[in-house]
Design a protein around this ligand. Structure first.
Ligand SMILES: *Cc1c(COP(=O)(O)O)cnc(C)c1O
Length: 404
């Protein structure tokens, strides 16, 4: 191909010209996709090993999800919650059943689900637990990522995410991730919740030590504190189970869900909890114009049905084993360490070799799209529809990049 005729460079420049620079995307311009594969404006194909940060667990344009969206587009797209619509009940019931909880509260983005969880936990604290008015606190972990709102970045430990966005929302205590003793010490009589990711995705797919999550569960029960699991990235099949908590035998009091719940088509998030918790909300106390809209419910109900078959969780577990065997074989050959579970992996590249960004660029040239996080870490999170051959392809390209 002749460089001058490629559409990509100009399309990248155009995209940068008119937008705030709050992202630093790889210089690739995608125009179509199917399953695990993306095609750019110059017709080049790439294996998607990011899957929209797990928003695309079922791949691009999964036929059942596209069908559900098309059908709903032809009937009804938005009512607001001022009226009930006919897609609402099925979605809420089926998601509640998938979560094993009494109730769900649908929102749109992950950050809204987290904000909802925080608000519900505080109200529960005052009304049910009897916390001193205005004194509720929530224990969170270092290295957390829960979204981008002013309250959520208030307890981020990532300076890029937090600096110069103050004044910050009080009421959060940060403890080291994976340290049960520190978490236990941080709980006092005004603690209403512990908010954790069962695996920290943005931090580089950090898996806590064995026994940590069951320990958190035990302490939360003993101290009458809600355990809120942010499964927005770890949940819905990514780790080889419906929820990452399940693999530790843990049932949190509240699930926060998002990303894959929208099937890669619309933003859908939700909070799932029992009536003793979510029941604290009364009309007028919380809401969202778009939350639980008919299009979102139609797509997300289909997502829940795909998950109810167990097929994607099984794929993630089986193919995840293949992925982890592949990347494990590269430790000592350019990789310092690998972590993860299911089709989810964090890879620490030897910083003497290259940065994560550079690895991402080199992978792109070899037809694999992945994203760096924190210096020299690369995160792999391919769609769960990826095949064994495609995993081998991704690992081979990674080996090629590391070999120089
Ligand atoms: C992505 C993410 C969020 C925020 O979701 P948005 O839809 O981007 O607001 C919250 N928590 C976790 C664990 C996430 O990965």
């Amino acid at each position: 191909m002749i460089e001058g005729k490629l559409r990509t460079p100009e399309a990248v420049r155009d995209a940068e010209r008119w937008t705030a620079h709050n992202y630093h995307p790889l210089p690739v311009v995608i125009s179509s996709a199917e399953g695990a594969w993306l095609t750019d404006v110059d017709g080049r194909r790439y294996l998607d090993c990011l899957a929209g940060y797990s928003a695309l667990n079922f791949g691009h344009r999964h036929p059942a999800l596209i069908r559900a969206a098309h059908n709903q587009l032809d009937k009804l797209t938005l009512t607001s919650r001022a009226f009930v619509h006919d897609q609402f009940a099925d979605f809420c019931r089926e998601l509640a059943q998938l979560c094993g909880k009494d109730l769900v509260l649908p929102m749109n983005t992950g950050a809204e689900a987290v904000e909802t969880g925080i608000k519900v936990a505080r109200k529960w604290g005052y009304q049910v637990k009897g916390v001193t008015p205005g004194q509720a606190n929530i224990v969170v972990a270092e290295g957390n990522f829960h979204g981008r709102t002013t309250t959520i970045v208030s307890f981020s430990t990532d300076e890029d995410a937090r600096a110069d966005f103050g004044p910050y929302t009080p009421g959060f205590t940060v403890v080291p991730y994976g340290d049960l003793a520190a978490l236990t010490d941080a709980i006092d009589e005004n603690t209403v919740a512990v908010l954790l990711e069962p695996i920290q995705g943005e931090q580089g797919v950090v898996v806590p030590p064995e026994g940590y999550l069951p320990g958190v569960r035990r302490v939360c029960t003993e101290r009458n504190v809600l355990f809120i699991a942010d499964e927005i990235q770890s949940g819905l099949g990514r780790t080889g189970a419906t929820f990452a908590c399940q693999q530790e035998g843990v049932v949190p009091d509240m699930y926060l869900l998002g990303k894959a719940l929208g099937g890669g088509i619309v933003p859908v998030s939700a909070v799932a909890a029992d009536a003793g918790v979510l029941g604290v909300l009364k009309p007028g106390q919380h809401g969202s114009t778009f939350g639980g809209n008919p299009l979102a419910c139609a797509v997300a109900t289909e997502v829940v049905r795909l998950l109810a078959t167990g097929e994607f969780q099984r794929r993630s577990a089986e193919l995840g084993a293949r992925l982890h065997a592949g990347i494990q074989s590269l430790v000592g050959k350019g990789l310092l360490a690998v972590r993860g579970r299911g089709l989810w992996a964090g890879l620490d590249i030897d910083p003497a070799l290259m940065s994560g960004r550079e690895a991402g660029e080199r992978l792109m040239k070899r037809g694999v799209l992945a994203k760096d996080t924190h210096g020299s870490t690369i995160r792999l999170a391919p769609p769960l529809v990826i095949t064994a051959d495609e995993i081998d392809y991704a690992v081979a390209q990674l080996a090629g990049v590391l070999a120089g």
